[in-house]
Write a protein that binds this ligand. Structure first.
Ligand code: 4AD
Ligand code: MG
Length: 460
């Protein structure tokens, strides 16, 4: 017989004979005559109750059957007399595929997220992480669905690259560990040229290459891993994270905000429609009020405010912020929280930042002071999207590069796009982990990515 999933069985519409189900034991309760096993296979939040004769578990081969063990069961799916579930499996065969001993680190009790991070190889079996990674998978699908339905081309931008898109010097260097091909220049090892005679690093963003494709396919998006060597130990920054970056030809800042808003609403709606059980779990156990907040976001307004206006609001707040508020300074997370949680009580687009605090590629506004940038800030998480209209004018772009200390010749291919067949275009980047933090209520970025990489942490 083929394997049924726990999800299929819990949602069954009828009694079923001769069922085979496999999974990991959440708990075992041994009675005098019968024993109950709660079995989970990752297909859903709930566990299937397996009912077996207690004598069956007495077999010497089954002593290693405890929380965490892997078993295969056959039996009949019948209505359950218990109130908590409608179905249970009356088992007549039980096979222990992989036993456990007392050292199994994931016992049936509440463990701290910090402890679970130290056993990231086992934590997918914990109920919270089951819910997180099911939602991560569902939302990745929703990202593709949104853009594919709208005719965007999915482009795979390189992971090894020679350009630091954001110009913040936060790249990891790529080098060889192969002693047969060390980076030799004039007979000496040259660590500055260590990618086969070039200098290369891990991408911080696929945007610049994405722009090249937008100048041929009009609407494109990337969705891949990105890397940042910023040594910041916050709950919102990771050294490796996933980013979705659409890029649109013939688009200005206004259209960029419209698409970002539609995209974000779509993802929240998708979660509400397709991840009901997991959201209910987060709502109950992790973040009370979560579902209400998500529903409010879908039904509510996204506010727009210019950076200058945001600075005015912060100055007028009368608050003693830890970081000073001044025109020309970047917004800190305490400022973002004040604006999204107290002033607007919802998501806001902050636009038109001072040019010196934003990347070189953003389009200069007519005031010669600000650029056509936009960040989407949301309550609790802060910046979730960063984007801009791009500078499509060759001379202005060259000036901006020089002002940012970037040698124009080093990005000649990027400038070529402005030399030949240039057009107004815009795009943005959504941090996938920040999205998941928002949707699940999880408070640490390390707990929404399967194998977190942060300064000092790269196990597995
Ligand atoms: O604002 P950022 O740096 O923008 C870019 O990389 C642009 N090239 C995007 C574009 O216009 N195509 O990053 C975009 C988003 C942020 O808003 C945030 O959600 C996320 O990426 N992000 C991080 N997420 C986790 N850890 C980090 N260290 C992050 N840095 C940025
Ligand atoms: Mg940003």
């Amino acid at each position: 017989t083929s394997r049924s999933t726990v999800k299929e069985l819990l949602n069954s519409s009828k009694q079923q004979p001769q069922i085979r189900v496999c999974g990991w034991v959440r708990s075992v309760r041994r009675g005098k005559d019968i024993a109950f096993i709660a079995l989970n296979d990752g297909s859903c939040q709930g566990s299937l109750q397996i009912v077996v004769a207690a004598s069956l578990l007495e077999a010497p081969a089954l002593t290693a059957l405890g929380t965490g063990a892997c078993i295969a069961v056959q039996g009949n799916l019948v209505p359950s007399p218990a109130a908590e579930q409608s179905w249970e499996l009356q088992a007549d065969q039980l096979e222990l595929l992989g036993g456990v001993d007392a050292a199994y680190p994931l016992q049936k009790k509440r463990h701290s997220f910090e402890y679970l991070r130290s056993i990231a190889h086992l934590r997918p079996r914990a109920n919270t992480f089951g819910a997180v990674f099911r939602m991560r998978s569902a939302l990745a699908f929703a990202v593709h669905q949104f853009f594919q339905e709208r005719g965007f081309l999915y482009v795979h931008t390189p992971i090894i690259t020679t350009n630091d898109c954001e110009g913040a010097g936060e790249m990891f260097r790529v080098t060889t560990l192969n002693p047969a091909t060390p980076p030799m220049i004039d007979g000496r090892i040259d660590w500055a040229q260590d990618f086969f005679g070039n200098r290369a690093g891990l991408t911080v963003s696929g945007q610049l290459q994405g722009e090249l494709f937008a100048m041929a396919f009009a609407d494109i998006y990337t969705f891949g891993p990105t890397f940042r060597a910023e040594n910041s130990n916050t709950s919102r920054h990771a050294s490796e994270f996933w980013m979705i970056e659409p890029e649109m030809a013939f688009a200005d800042l206004e259209r960029n905000c419209e698409v970002a808003e539609a995209f974000f609403r779509y993802l929240v709606t998708y979660a509400l429609e397709h991840c009901r059980d997991d959201l209910a779990f987060f709502n109950e156990r992790i973040a009370p009020g979560l579902i209400d907040r998500l529903e409010q976001l879908v039904g509510g307004q996204f506010h727009r405010v210019s950076y200058s206006e945001a600075i005015r609001l912060l100055e007028q707040s009368g608050r003693a912020f830890e970081f000073p508020v001044a025109w020309g300074q970047d917004l800190q997370s305490e400022h973002e929280r004040y604006l999204t949680e107290e002033v607007f009580a919802g998501p806001i687009f902050v636009t038109d930042y001072p040019q010196q605090i934003k990347a070189f590629y953003m389009r200069r506004n007519d005031d010669n002071k600000t650029v056509a940038a936009m960040d989407l800030l949301v309550p609790r998480v802060g910046e979730i999207i960063g984007g801009s209209q791009r500078e499509e004018r060759l001379e202005v772009l060259e000036q901006r590069m020089i002002a940012h200390g970037i040698e124009p010749a080093s990005l000649d291919w990027y400038l070529d796009i402005r030399r030949w067949g240039s057009c107004p275009h815009a795009g943005f980047g959504l941090g996938f982990e920040r999205l998941l933090m928002y949707l699940t209520g999880m408070e640490n970025i390390r707990d929404v990515i399967p194998f977190p990489r942060t300064p000092g942490h790269a196990r597995f």
